[in-house]
Structure formats: C-alpha cells, structure tokens
Design a protein around this ligand. Structure first.
Ligand code: GYE
Length: 306
C-alpha cells in the first residue's frame, strides 16, 4: 500500500525511519571508524540516514540540526563537538516533537528532558585508566615524573573528562607533575606541532599523555625528529585503540593505549527504533572497553577492527 503523507515525527514515511545524524568531523581514525559504523548499521537496519559532517564546528552542527528539524526527520542523533551551548536548538527539536539521541559525546545541560539517551563511553574512566597505568609503571621510581599533556578539542566532553580522570588518578603522589598541557584538536598535524613546541619549551619530559591516538602518532614524529626515542626516552600514553596505534605499540613507540570504542552504529540504530516507537530507553548506554599495555599489543593487533 502506498504511504500517505507523513503524519509527523514517529510515523516515518512508508514505515521507514529517517535519522538525521550530525557527525563531529573527520579529525581522527576513531572518527572515520565511527562514521563507517553508523553508515553501515543504518543500511543494515533499513534506516534512511541523513548524514552531515560539521568539520569540528559547533555552528555547522546547529545548522544541521535545524535542517533536520525542518525536514521533519523521525529522530536526530548527534555527537556534539563541544559540551556547552546546545539548549536552544535542543529545545527546538523537542518542541517539534523530534527525539534526540546523543552519541559518543555528551552535552552540558541541566535539562535532561532535551535528549532521550546518551550512547558512548565513560571518558573520565578512560582518563583514570591512563593515570592508573602511569602510577603503576612508576611505582618504584623516584620522582619527579614530568608529564606533557596533549588535550583533545577544547571544550569537548572527551577532552574535559580525560583530563579530569587522569588528574584524579595521579593526584595522590606529588612526584607526578603535568608541566605543560595544550590542545592538539584530536589531529595528527596539531599533535605534532604542539609536541614540537613542548620539546622546545620543556627540558625534561618523561611522559606524554595524549587524549587520542592521532595526536600521539603526530607527537611521535616530533619526538623522533628531535632525536629522542618515543616509548623509551619519553613514555607515551594514548586513548582510542586504532590499528595504527597498535602498530606503534608493537614497535615500542607507544607504551599503553586505553581503548575507546567507536563502533556504536548497531546500538544507535536499536535506540533510534525504540525512541521512534515511543519505547523507554535507559538514560545512558555505555560501551565496553579495555586497556592495552605494550606487551598485549602484538596479540591483539590482528583482531583490531578499526
Ligand atoms: O577519542 C577522538 C575523536 O569523541 C571519543 O573524538 C571521541 C573522540 C576520540 O576525535 O579520536
């Protein structure tokens, strides 16, 4: 039977759900894997995906969300580039009766009725795991342990939370000192550039903590070009777990990677179907992740999916 005119959110033309998805950008290997996962899962689930890339700019995401609202999509999902500044546009979606799912990154709002659920990782825990690895590795070493930190995109949930979790884990022992901390915007190019500056301004760097693998990989180039050995002269801690980082671990250049899972597509489609059907969903759905020290890298490498 021919589908009648769409009767608004939740109906779906001809039974097909339309999902408007606003992605952060294409800044990292993690992001590329995440995009692929969402696109493949939508296809598999028979969901009509309207995909929009914000190129790491909040204004582009707000525009994309407004376009989705105008198009009367059945459900909106997005990965907010930064945490704050979403209340107005989320209110517009709510007033239009379009449910919103946060994927990967959270928003900072007091009004939790503005979205149905959050699907992603516990970034504070990731930061804590990174810090715990460090305190373990240096348990019997005298200090000081001078750390430089490459932060993710300023104002983003993973940058804020990975910083906070790490700081919390090392706080108990005064020998751990963060001597420099700056954003590398989650990219290889910026990671390299900022590491070059750190190497110039800091005489004595023991450890690099990078909020993602791409920045760590860029920084590794800078370390090598400066004549030092990454993983040995400067220990490297990273987050995500992309294949390239596992390769770098097997080469001894990264010491530990805290995993962050980008393969959220299938779970997102499940949640999208449920919220469109008006079913209850849990307010937070977290993904399972591990920690991979260097000696586990070779065994894990062949089965890495991203
Ligand atoms: O760690 C980083 C990406 O939001 C968890 O964004 C994501 C982060 C991921 O650019 O590589």
């Amino acid at each position: 039977p021919a589908a009648g005119p769409s009767s608004g959110a939740g109906a779906g033309r001809g039974g097909t759900i339309t999902l408007g998805f606003s992605q952060v950008g294409a800044e990292s290997g993690w992001r590329t894997a995440n995009t692929k996962s969402v696109q493949e899962a939508a296809k598999k689930a028979g969901i009509d995906l309207k995909f929009s890339d914000a190129q790491q700019k909040q204004e582009n995401q707000i525009k994309a969300l407004r376009t989705f609202i105008q198009q009367k999509v059945d459900v909106i999902a997005f990965s907010p580039v930064v945490e704050s500044g979403w209340d107005t546009v989320l209110k517009e979606a709510k007033d239009a009766g379009i449910p919103v799912i946060l994927t990967d990154r959270a928003v900072d709002t007091k009004d939790t009725s503005l979205y149905k659920t959050f699907l992603g990782s516990d970034f504070v825990k990731e930061g804590r795991s990174a810090g715990e690895w460090l305190t373990g590795a240096y348990a019997n070493e005298p200090g000081p342990v001078n750390i430089v930190e490459l932060q993710g995109t300023t104002g983003s949930a993973p940058a804020n939370d990975r910083k906070a979790g790490f700081a919390e884990a090392i706080r108990g022992d005064g020998k751990f000192k963060i001597v420099a901390s700056q954003s590398g915007d989650f990219t290889r190019a910026k990671g390299k550039e900022v590491m070059q500056a750190f190497l110039k301004s800091q005489k004595d760097i023991d450890v690099l903590y990078a909020h993602n693998d791409d920045m760590a990989l860029g920084a590794i180039q800078a370390i090598e070009e400066s004549g030092k050995k990454p993983g040995t002269d400067i220990k490297v801690i990273s987050v995500d777990g992309i294949k390239d980082a596992f390769v770098a671990m097997t080469e001894g250049k990264i010491n530990v990677v805290v995993e962050c899972n980008p393969l959220l597509g299938d779970q997102l489609m499940e949640l999208a179907k449920k919220v469109v059907a008006g079913e209850n969903v849990p307010p937070r759905v977290e993904t399972e992740e591990g920690v991979f020290p260097q000696d586990k890298a070779a065994a894990a490498l062949p089965s890495r999916k991203y």
